[in-house]
Design a protein around this ligand. Sequence first.
Ligand code: SAH
Ligand code: SF4
Length: 399
Amino acid sequence: MPAEVNLELTAAEREKILAHSAKFDPPGATAADGRRDLVGMSREELAIEMASIGEKPFRVKQIWHWIYHQGVTDFARMSTIAKPLQAKLAEKFMIGRPEAARVQTSSDGTRKFLFKFRDGQEAETVYIPDVEEDRGAVCISSQVGCTLSCRFCHTGTQTLVRNLGAPEIVGQFMAARDSYNEWPSPKGDTPRLLSTIVLMGMGEPLYNYANVAKAMKIVMDNEGIGLSRRRITLSTSGVVPMMDRAGAELGVCLAVSLHAVRDDLRDELVPLNRKYPISELLAACRRYPGASNARRITFEYVMLKGVNDSEADARELVRLIAGMPAKVNLIPFNPWPGTKYERSSRSAIDRFATIVNDAGYASPVRRPRGQDILAACGQLRTDGKRERASRDLDAAATD
Ligand code: SAH
Ligand code: SF4
């Protein structure tokens, strides 16, 4: 049966992607002084660490609470743990945070962090407050650089340096929470300033699936940060075989960077399209688990003047997504130094939005935020470099 053949192919390809991705994994959890970082470990891994110092499994629950609910970084503040054990823990372990090498706050309240990790690599994280309400989104990076090279994206001009590890992905969120002093983690429906996570920073999260999944499971854990899967959105440029896995295993909200309605144009704008063309991408969206009217798939569409912003494009978009629980997020292009693209005019964006909206799909126009500090979508970039041999590996990944 052709359908079965397809599934097998997908599974094989998934293994290939995961194996390739592992080559870009970060250095381990041990600091230069020999202490191991507990942040980013799964409960099972924490249990192994506790056993290694002769402690019982119930310590995991206790420590988890202090790290992820209370947000402490100092074992001496773990008041439910006796002093001698606090000292023993501090000798062997640490509760790390990425170092905030630079923090900039935009005139509109958006805050951009440049985080430096233990090996000196850096990535950017952006907090975007909701101007009317006490809540906001934390835009998290998943890789230093990106293997893909979408033509309109600043990150895409930077070669992939490495994946971010689970400690670094969770750490971005925790360090942003430190910056707003939002500990302990608010429970249940209590309003949160840092209320959602969008995996829309640097990198392609589905090319670093193992670390992203591990980090999101930690963030979703109810005895810690406790962010529900409905408050997490993963944005992908269309790594089809991994979309199924993310849906089944994490069930987070999905955003797909569509940006073009014809394969010839999408091949150019999002080169990954040559591997996973629009029809395959949309089929993966249609089978994405948990998609419903309450949890619609977001199609991101960057508005590029004279490139993808005609009324015919809008009508074709509506035809492509017909019958899907979806919304379309129109992103006015954010320019960066050296780009050849321009932002569509306000009237072109409005005309496009009206056609999509009239067809029954919400089509919000994303207001550019933090432009004065280059914090808007697609503007993130660091100076990280990787030696030549590894750069050749990048090229192999996009064959
Ligand atoms: N790699 C993932 C997530 C990061 S990018 C992805 O591509 O989906 C988050 C969103 O910003 C994507 O939709 C991306 O295509 C878009 N984007 C990239 N560069 C942009 C730019 N210069 N202006 C506006 N949006 C951009
Ligand atoms: Fe990578 Fe996303 Fe930028 Fe494309 S848009 S280069 S996938 S970060």
